[in-house]
Ligand binder design. Structure first.
Ligand code: BTN
Length: 237
């Protein structure tokens, strides 16, 4: 079971790095949670601000069968949204897996994979959720916390337990039907097929019609024809 083995540390570089370096020593489902991360990382190798008060944890999956790492990312993303729903917080996903409430980012997910002899040995899903932590001034327009949303402080570990419970439930339901997970995940996305979106690409900001939301990529129709992008940043809807 996910979360049967929980390691809590007061301070660490990054819970993802810890599990990436020590995955062999721990069983499938191990969770590492830290009060503070000194080198928290986000997607695109960005710094992830991880002070006291936030929920910073990573889950170690050791798949027995061939699986797409993306399966676990989606599984965790929908489980966060479902756990928040139980807390009466209406969250959505911004493609691919950012958790948004009222147009601001509440949580992010960083999935990393350990390969050995071309086989996936471990998938580490790191979750960062702003709970009672302060949001730095420069991020206040873009990010939010549960404390800001609800006007009160939360017991962050009980939120983690709620999320883990949803993950275990979802694992049971979707392990044999990943396409059903994709459907649930798609329904939770803010972006919908047919919408015009503005996105940041290598050559600057581009506007396009979202033609297809794929498992791991978006297909957009731009002035230059169809483009399929797997790692882009949508900056606006
Ligand atoms: C993102 O939205 O860019 C992903 C952020 C993921 C942050 C979490 S916090 C716990 C885990 N440890 C890390 O260093 N990163 C992830």
């Amino acid at each position: 079971m996910i979360g049967e083995n929980v390691i809590r540390v007061p301070i660490i570089g990054s819970t993802n790095d810890f599990l990436k370096e020590n995955w062999q020593a721990f069983p499938h489902g191990t969770v590492v949670v830290a009060d503070v991360q000194t080198a928290g990382r986000g997607r695109f190798n960005r710094l992830w601000h991880s002070p006291e008060g936030g929920l910073w944890f990573s889950i170690l999956f050791k798949p027995k069968k061939r699986v797409r790492p993306n399966f676990y990312t989606k599984l965790c993303a929908i489980s966060i949204v479902r756990a928040l729903k139980r807390m009466k917080i209406d969250a959505k996903l911004k493609w691919p897996n950012d958790v948004y409430v009222d147009g601001k980012k509440l949580a992010g997910i960083l999935t990393e994979t350990v390969f050995e002899e071309e086989q996936i040995r471990a998938v580490i899903v790191g979750i960062g959720l702003n709970v009672n932590n302060e949001i730095p001034q420069e991020l206040k327009a873009k990010a939010t916390s549960l404390k800001i949303l609800a006007g009160e402080e939360f017991e962050k570990l009980s939120i983690m337990v709620l999320i883990l419970k949803q993950i275990n439930k979802a694992l049971k339901v979707y392990s044999k039907k990943p396409e059903a997970l994709t459907r649930v995940w798609k329904n939770m996305l803010i972006q919908k097929e047919g919408q015009m979106i503005v996105f940041k690409a290598a050559n600057g900001l581009l506007k396009g019609k979202l033609v297809k939301i794929g498992e791991e990529s978006l297909t957009l129709s731009t002035g230059n024809g169809l483009v399929e992008l797997s790692s882009l940043e949508i900056v606006d809807e």
